[in-house]
Design a protein around this ligand. Structure first.
Ligand code: 59V
Length: 492
């Protein structure tokens, strides 16, 4: 639609959180599709005014929580930017070129991507915060990699294509289009120094089993889920150490609106975002954040064949912050059970950094903290904790096996050895490492879905060391944990 619907005008000026929630609610519940450009401009304007301008007025003491006044988003500003986006897109794309089909074509998608791509300012710091919205695009000609993908989908909506949707992995975004969303196309860049593959289908990612394409299990958005993505992408950070509270509260309220309407059910990361916000400032009457982390993990298991890592690292981070170390080990072991199915490739740096921090910072910190105590209930005497840690390390080793890029280096081995040797032999021998023959052999062959070894904790059954399974002769490259443990056994 060229201009706002009359119904939208009466929401303005948007000068507090409830007024913005009302606009989103109406957009999401109205008969036609929610207007991605309108909603992205509105939240982008609020975020920009509260995080980017130096002249942030200190919240007056008199303000109470419920009176969170926002710098009003004026109708005429929003309308001007909205019209500018429509004019940009419609002015650059001659629809008569694209046959009368109601479905988009690869050429059309690539054309919209080019229009966005070629209108970005020449050089800017791509990783900066607050570059994700159409407000940033229309006022500063700057977008981050997610923002470009979102702008392409919003542009296709302006042109009337209802089949072009956002596809999201845990670290990349692309689009699906055509009948049944059967076609895919890259529309943005990924990472640093990589040639962009815009216009190409998301093909080889499948073969290479890289985490970047989540083994063919991306989040395929509906229009309301695209609204959830733009809300998830709201970034309340004022600086490295502080957040603009009103922006965080706005994001939290909008995520609850989307949650209640059922639009987060198949979006684990958005549930994880909401959970992070709830941990900082719990909403009375809402489920606790621990429940939400569990819901995010269940969503990934139910809808995405448990191929997503972040729900478990979100959850592990929560347990770690709350000193629930055994639970953290279990979440991190569950995260490793996911990554073991992948081959580590150069595009997977983000998740590599995640596992590196867990293995070489967080777990060593926990070991240091618990080593000082001498309680009988110490996790150092708990074979289940040892089993979780072995499963964690085993998953990382399996990740490396068969990968074009090595994962482990000496920097990993020291903390690993340090951690394992903190557990006494009588605790370690209570853990049996089961290796299922069939899984051992298919070293992540194309159909390999199994995990080569998972640790089982048997209640108080003492087994001597040679119950460790025979090392896999000539198994894939890399060090299986079993090799490492066997060598440890001989030294401890
Ligand atoms: F589109 C890309 F390329 F940006 C990929 C996406 C990322 C992302 C997200 N994130 C990324 C993960 N994220 C995390 N924050 N903490 C995380 C954890 F390490 F603790 F798990 S993961 C914050 C929000 N939240 C909703 N949707 C998306 S789509």
């Amino acid at each position: 639609m060229a201009g706002f619907r009359a119904v939208d005008r009466r929401h303005f000026p948007l000068d507090d959180i409830p007024s913005i929630v009302r606009l989103f609610k109406e957009q999401l519940e109205s008969s036609s599709e929610p207007d991605l450009a309108l909603l992205s401009i509105v939240v982008g304007a609020v975020e920009n005014s509260l995080t980017c301008n130096r002249s942030v007025s200190v919240q007056k003491e008199t303000d109470t929580l419920c009176e969170h006044k926002l710098p009003a988003v004026q109708y005429h500003i929003t309308e001007a930017l909205y019209s500018k986006f429509h004019a940009l897109i419609k002015g650059a794309v001659d629809l008569t070129q694209y046959s009368g089909s109601k479905y988009a074509t690869r050429e059309l998608v690539k054309k919209v991507s080019d229009v966005i791509w070629n209108s970005l300012s020449k050089s800017y710091y791509k990783d900066r915060a607050h570059l994700q919205s159409l407000y940033s695009y229309l006022t500063g000609r700057r977008l981050d990699c997610f923002g470009v993908a979102f702008a392409v989908v919003a542009g296709c909506q302006v042109l009337g294509y209802r089949d072009v949707h956002l596809a999201l992995s845990e670290d990349h975004a692309w689009v699906v289009f055509g009948e049944g969303g059967s076609q895919t196309a890259e529309v943005t860049w990924h990472g640093k120094g990589n040639e962009d593959k815009r216009g190409q289908p998301v093909g080889p990612g499948m073969g290479s089993r890289s985490w970047l394409y989540v083994n063919g299990c991306p989040v395929i958005c509906t229009r309301p889920m695209e609204v959830a993505a733009l809300v998830s992408a709201i970034n309340p950070s004022l600086s490295a150490t502080s957040d603009a509270m009103e922006v965080a509260l706005l994001q939290q309220e909008l995520l609850w609106l989307l949650y209640d309407l059922g639009h987060l059910t198949q979006y684990p990361m958005a549930i994880g975002n909401l959970s992070d916000l709830e941990e900082v400032s719990p909403t009375p009457g809402r489920p606790p954040c621990s429940t939400l982390f569990q819901e995010a993990a269940m969503s990934a298991r139910t809808y995405y064949k448990n191929q997503h890592v972040y729900p478990y690292t979100y959850q592990g981070g929560y347990f770690y912050r709350h000193k629930m170390y055994k639970e953290a080990f279990e979440s991190w072991a569950n995260a490793a059970d996911v990554i073991r199915l992948y081959n580590y490739s150069r595009d997977d740096e983000e998740i590599y950094k995640e596992f590196l921090e867990i293995a070489n910072e967080l777990i060593p910190h926990i070991m240091k903290v618990v080593s000082s105590g001498h309680s009988a209930h110490s996790i150092l005497k708990d074979p289940e904790c040892f089993a979780h840690l072995i499963r964690f390390y085993d998953g990382i080793c399996q990740w490396e096996e068969g990968s074009p890029t090595p994962v482990l280096h000496i920097g990993w081995a020291k903390p690993l050895v340090n951690t394992i040797s903190k557990f006494d032999a009588d605790v370690r021998t209570q853990v049996v490492i089961e290796c299922h023959e069939d899984e051992i052999c298919n070293n992540k062959s194309s159909s390999g879905k199994g995990t080569a070894g998972n640790t089982k904790y048997l209640n108080n059954k003492y087994l001597n060391n040679n119950n460790y399974c025979k090392m896999r002769e000539g198994g894939g490259g890399g060090n299986s944990t079993r090799d490492i443990i066997r060598s440890l056994e001989s030294r401890v």
